[in-house]
Design a protein around this ligand. Structure first.
Ligand code: SF4
Ligand code: SF4
Length: 435
């Protein structure tokens, strides 16, 4: 039996494995759930299955049951529900009791991974290891893979990916940029600088969304911020946190904290919602580490999504109009985790000619969720189709969003449905409007 497992409240015999050691779901958090069910209509997996255990309330009950030694941590049903959850945090955003659901599911996954290597199915483990420990950690390897992928996409050799068992990854992969934008100690000066921004480059953005980085730099300059892109930064660790690999996430986080401290920048700007959410939560990631807690808390206070920054700056009026119907897909980690709902819409409404039409369920997860669309293909596809249907109903020709995962997932869904609408980052549209 696990040493730290608490006695069962009903006095019955304890199960073999409960939570133990660091990074466990907090009883203070799961006991805050009053089982009201107000979160259920916001939960994508509940809406798709209409099953209690596939919703937040059911998952919290499962976590509590393991915490109270009524359910074995290694049980298949527990692992299945922890991995089926998208960690989209929609439940957290609407909960009247303030249940911090993200902390529960992320630490529950960490506990499962530590308790039993087999707690994670082999296919998921292989994908996680390949992406996290191999690809995202080695920029040179990432560049080589991006070059190969770009060649395959341009020559249509991508159709052969199925022979290597990579058909799904090839289908979902974003189109690789013509020229990359990697962090290489670049300095972009504003004409009359009022501050300095650190631009978070990320793992995928430099290779598949380089144009978003360039647009971000130009927009920040227009707003009076000089921009630094230090080479010493790296992956934010979001995918590691979602995969329950907290120790690895901390390793990655330390690089970014050190890089920001050394940069002398005033604000840490992020144009990928998933990364921004993870970076703002370094404070929680290091809460129990005396030597890093203060540095992480100071760092997190300075992190801002680019839409927050631009919305707060005094920008001149855009000089060009964009004559198009646009709908906005709210990334979960912007709207639910960071609670930024209006800034992207306000920025879009500044653009002359642009007609912003709201889609239904704009804030419902599109099924991307980090590497969820690779590890949970069936549910990811269902949510992707649901999102594409909502977009098509608006007749928009452009889908605006603010996260690379959403952009890739929505674009793949639109392609599969034969819809010609394009997907752009809010900042790309703004940059176009400023000429
Ligand atoms: S809304 Fe909050 S308190 Fe109510 S069931 Fe969901 S998690 Fe529990
Ligand atoms: S994080 Fe998302 S998928 Fe998971 S329980 Fe909450 S709303 Fe449902």
């Amino acid at each position: 039996m696990t040493e730290d497992a608490p006695a069962r409240p009903d006095g019955a015999e304890r199960v073999d494995a409960s939570f133990s050691g660091a990074d466990r779901p907090s009883a203070t958090i799961y006991d805050t759930c009053i089982r009201c069910g107000l979160c259920l209509p916001s939960c994508p997996t509940y809406l798709e299955t209409m099953t209690e255990t596939s919703g937040p309330r059911g998952r919290i009950s499962l976590i509590k049951a393991v915490g109270e030694s009524r359910l074995d941590l290694r049980s298949a049903g527990f692992a299945e529900q922890m991995w089926q959850c998208l960690d989209c945090r929609a439940c957290e955003a609407v909960c009247p009791s303030g249940v911090r659901y993200g902390q529960l599911v992320e630490t529950a996954r960490t506990q499962i991974r530590r308790a039993v290597a087999s707690g994670e199915p082999p296919r998921k483990r292989a994908i996680r290891r390949l992406l996290l420990h191999t690809l995202f950690l080695r920029p040179r390897l990432m560049r080589t893979v991006a070059n190969l992928l770009r060649f395959a996409q341009r020559t249509h050799l991508i159709a052969l990916a199925g022979l290597a068992g990579l058909a799904r990854a090839a289908k979902l992969a974003p189109r690789v940029s013509r020229s990359f934008f990697v962090a290489a100690d670049q300095c972009f000066e504003a004409p009359t600088p009022q501050g300095v921004a650190f631009l978070h480059a990320g793992c995928i953005m430099p290779y598949a969304f380089a144009q978003v980085h360039r647009a971000t730099v130009r927009m920040l300059q227009r707003g009076g911020l000089s921009v630094r892109v230090p080479r010493a930064q790296g992956c934010c660790g979001a995918i590691a946190v979602h995969a329950g690999d907290m120790d690895f996430a901390r390793r990655l986080a330390k690089r970014n904290i050190e890089a920001f401290e050394a940069s002398g920048a005033d604000v840490y700007v992020v144009n990928a919602a998933g990364c921004g959410s993870a970076l703002k939560e370094y404070r929680e990631l290091f809460a129990d580490d005396e030597s890093w807690a203060d540095r992480a808390a100071t760092f997190s206070k300075r992190v801002r999504d680019v839409t927050e920054v631009l919305d707060a700056l005094e920008l001149p009026e855009p000089s060009r109009s964009i004559d198009a119907t646009v709908t906005y897909q709210a990334p979960c980690h912007l709207v639910h985790a960071q609670r930024i709902a209006n800034a992207p819409r306000r920025l879009l409404r500044r653009i002359p000619g642009l007609r912003l039409v709201e889609m239904s369920e704009s804030a419902l997860c599109c099924g991307s969720a980090g590497i969820y669309n690779l590890t949970e293909p069936e549910m990811a596809d269902r949510l992707q189709r649901r999102k594409v249907d909502a977009i098509r109903a608006t007749h928009a020709t452009i889908v605006a969003t603010a996260n690379p995962g959403c952009a890739a997932q929505v674009a793949a869904g639109l392609r599969a449905a034969g819809t010609v609408a394009t997907v752009k980052h809010v900042v790309e549209l703004l940059d176009e409007a400023y000429g």
